[in-house]
Design a protein around this ligand. Structure first.
Ligand SMILES: [Zn+2]
Length: 289
């Protein structure tokens, strides 16, 4: 099944695994924007990685992965929710030559934010962009920030994105000590073609048929954007009345396009009055004091 996550465990070992295959979920990103090819590959891999990491973490809310740099690619963003919905976007400048993640993003950092449901504390982890590939950057993050041995294999093309994650679960000293090395060595034989085209259960069987495999239920993924007019309104308030009114007087309308899904939000002069109506009330109250 495509657009799904498949979890598995190697029984009697500290190794757990997760496979993701994105089909319509990934194409929904591609349909909304034309990305230069090397960037598109990276964004697809990052989306697969976002689905995998969000599936291994215990949280309710959104996991936001951001890579920021000073190279031709300025920003890659993937957001994955605990309900396995995903969205992604990127910013870049000029032509994007093929190259390592280091040459494409330059000096940069990798930020993971866990934004829980309202009322709970957000968590943010930041590391330098270490590694030549998307997998290496994420493995470095998991090791330094989460103290978890994690291996990732990622692939993406113009129709699909997919990935395999292996993780060594901590605190299992009695388990087969060689299992992690064995599982990752076999993991290294996975090809991008298999990740994108072979059903998840076939991949697991192909790799680990000599192990005692426990399979969990597949969970579906989907593209979903969480943008709303309320959020855009809040963003315009942050921008300030002066800025918004200057755009209004130049263009007659304020048009804001969601960077993730491309949806257009249009504000005319009357809408803009409403955006800042609470501000006016606040300042009126302050004047009275
Ligand atoms: Zn949107």
């Amino acid at each position: 099944m495509s657009d799904s996550l498949q979890r598995f465990l190697l029984e009697g070992t500290p190794v757990r695994g997760e496979i993701v295959q994105l089909d319509a979920t990934w194409r929904a990103v591609l349909e909304r924007r034309d990305y230069p090819q090397p960037l598109e590959t990276l964004l697809g891999e990052m989306m697969a990685a976002g689905a995998l990491l969000s599936a291994t973490l215990k949280f309710d809310g959104a996991l936001i992965m951001q890579m920021q740099g000073d190279g031709p690619i300025r920003l890659l963003v993937v957001e994955a929710t605990s309900e396995h919905t995903l969205r992604a976007t990127a910013k870049w400048e000029g032509d994007i030559p093929p190259g390592s993640i280091r040459t494409l993003l330059g000096n940069g950092k990798f930020v993971i934010t866990i934004a829980p449901e309202a009322g709970k504390q957000a968590y943010q982890g930041v590391v330098a962009l270490e590694g030549a590939t998307m997998s290496e950057v994420l493995e470095h993050y998991m090791k330094t920030s989460e103290q978890l041995d994690t291996r990732l294999w990622l692939a993406s093309d113009t129709a699909k994105a997919g990935g395999l994650l292996l993780q060594r679960l901590p605190g299992r000293p009695n388990y087969d000590p060689d299992a992690w090395n064995r599982a990752t060595k076999i993991g290294e034989t996975i090809t991008k073609r298999e990740l994108l085209n072979l059903p998840a259960r076939d991949i697991i069987h192909r790799l680990y048929h000599q192990e005692d495999i426990r399979l969990f239920d597949e969970r579906p993924t989907a593209f979903r954007c969480s943008c709303t007019r309320e959020r855009v309104t809040a963003m315009l308030r942050l921008l300030g009345s002066e800025e918004v009114h200057s755009v209004l007087s130049e263009q007659g309308l304020v048009e804001v396009a969601c960077e993730f899904c491309g949806r257009q939000y249009v504000f005319d002069a009357v809408d803009a009055e409403q955006v800042f109506a609470t501000d006016i009330q606040t300042s009126a109250r302050q004047t009275r004091h």
